[in-house]
Design a protein around this ligand. Structure first.
Ligand SMILES: *Cc1c(COP(=O)(O)O)cnc(C)c1O
Length: 375
């Protein structure tokens, strides 16, 4: 059996090695390393895939979030509501811009931000909501967009984990994750569902004016060469990464299908085990399984992780600490408002999930989990 990894980027690369190698060598040959035609082509192809008017490539997913917020003219102290249970980058950028993060609980079944808790957290200073499409599934965007409209708030979708996932609205309208709100962001970090071979990111919007603004911000606040209208940043997707992404984007749907197939295998193997809850698939969103995350109900999650490690099955705890309890983002809070997050911190364990898992590996992984749970 091939060694089991949390993410197997090498096997995936070998399947497209010729194409990718040629694309990279062509960039070297052209010497158009920055803002070359590959970046522009990737931008256009991503716009077509997502059916969104504007894709603004940038250096990574954290920059994408920061730049998206910079484009909205928020004032120091304005409040931004986001989930207590997410990767730290989401809240980091709020603090970098001297805004106030307001962390709220998530839903126990979908791990996404609780819309009831968003409503409770709104104050006159609230200016924006950042839902995170965590683990590969959309947050409840219909409800979030309704709340935003009622209170005149911006919505920034952190779509680092759910590229290619789709949300179905109650009127039948279907939209890609990251394209439903004011602005959306993603990351092309290698292990993400659409990963490049280094750092990369992008911002999505259907708003022409905002797109123009964001293209200036990523480029030193420059709208006309050497005229700097505002303080911007330097955040670029380089041409080599764009060339690699152009080879991977056409495979994104089949990559996500492969992840879903692995998830189906896991679901079936664990169905009916009273101490294992498999991830819920919300009726309004497709799931692209950036992570496959179980909830372990017998209180032995850490022992399970240790057991799996001994069996050479990697498994990770995403995430072990609530953001509101992190030193950097500490927020006075009433634990009674965070029952789901706090339960999840003790129960979640993510199993290997990538495009290259074969049945022999899946059987070995599920057998190992079930062996421990039967002890
Ligand atoms: C990965 C990730 C980011 C940051 O992306 P980078 O490209 O690593 O900067 C932001 N938010 C979430 C939810 C992520 O998973």
């Amino acid at each position: 059996m091939k060694k089991i990894q949390m993410v197997d980027l090498q096997s995936q690369y070998y399947k497209i090695k010729n194409d990718v190698d040629n694309a990279v060598l062509n960039v070297m040959d052209s010497a158009a390393f920055i803002n070359g035609p590959e970046v522009k082509s990737f931008q256009n192809e991503m716009e077509t895939y997502l059916d969104v008017k504007h894709v603004i490539p940038c250096a990574n997913g954290t920059d994408a979030l920061q730049i998206a917020l910079m484009g909205l003219d928020l004032q120091e102290g304005d409040e931004v509501i986001t989930a207590d249970f997410t990767f730290a980058a989401t809240v980091e950028v709020i603090h970098l811009l001297k805004l106030k993060s307001v962390l709220v609980d998530v839903d126990y079944d979908t791990f996404t931000i609780s819309t009831d808790q968003i409503r409770k957290a709104i104050t006159p200073k609230t200016k924006a909501i950042i839902p995170v499409h965590i683990f590969g599934q959309c947050a409840n965007m219909e409800e979030i967009l309704k709340i935003a409209e009622e209170h005149n708030l911006f919505v920034i979708e952190d779509n680092a984990q759910a590229i290619g996932s789709q949300f179905t609205f109650s009127d039948g309208n279907i939209r890609f994750a990251g394209t439903m709100s004011t602005v959306g962001t993603t990351s092309f970090f290698p292990s993400k569902n659409l990963g490049c071979y280094g750092d990369g990111g992008a911002i999505f919007t259907n708003n022409d004016e905002l797109a123009h603004r964001l293209r200036g911000i990523v480029n030193h606040g420059m709208y006309e060469r050497y005229y700097h209208d505002e303080v911007g940043v330097n955040s670029r997707l380089d041409s080599i990464q764009a060339a690699i992404l152009r080879k991977k984007l056409p495979n994104l749907d089949s990559y996500n299908d492969a992840r879903r197939k692995a998830a189906d295998y896991y679901d079936e193997a664990f169905a009916g085990n009273e101490n294992i809850l498999t991830p819920k698939r919300a009726e309004y969103s497709t799931h692209v399984f950036h992570q496959y995350t179980l909830r372990i109900l017998n209180g032995k999650r850490n022992e399970l992780q240790k057991f799996l490690t001994e069996k050479e099955v990697p498994a990770m705890i995403y995430y072990p600490v609530a953001l509101r309890k992190q030193k950097a983002y500490f927020q006075e809070s009433n634990d009674a408002d965070f029952v789901n997050t706090d339960k999840l911190l003790d129960q979640v364990i993510s199993l290997p999930m990538h495009t290259e898992l074969d049945e022999e590996q899946l059987k070995y992984i599920t057998d190992a989990v079930l062996e421990f749970m039967a002890k």
